[in-house]
Write a new protein. Structure first.
Length: 104
């Protein structure tokens, strides 16, 4: 990693919450040719992106692991491929999340 990048404290223009723009994120921005720092915190960026994209169409599924009913943001096409509910999907990925969906 380039030593010229250091973590920076920024303030979100939407919620006024302070957030850290990490050296790694700065390097990624530079590699993509972006010249401006982010003006929104990650939560507000995510919310803004969802607002712009509109509501996602969800499809009902039966989890291949636990048999529980659930919804996924894609239409399962191959009947032989497993489809997982949110809990089983997270468990398979090894990421636990709190009730708001934030990674812990």
């Amino acid at each position: 990693m380039n030593d010229s990048f250091q973590d920076k404290q920024l303030v979100c223009k939407d919620c006024s919450k302070e957030f850290v723009w990490t050296a790694g994120e700065q390097q990624f921005f530079a590699q993509k040719g972006f010249q401006n720092s982010p003006t929104r915190c990650p939560d507000c960026r995510r919310a803004n992106k969802q607002r712009q994209a509109g509501p996602r169409q969800m499809f009902n599924i039966t989890c291949s692991d636990c048999g529980k009913q659930g919804e996924v943001p894609f239409q399962p096409r191959d009947p032989g491929s497993p489809v997982y509910c949110a809990d089983c999907f997270r468990a398979r990925r090894g990421v636990s999340q709190d009730h708001d969906g934030a990674a812990t």
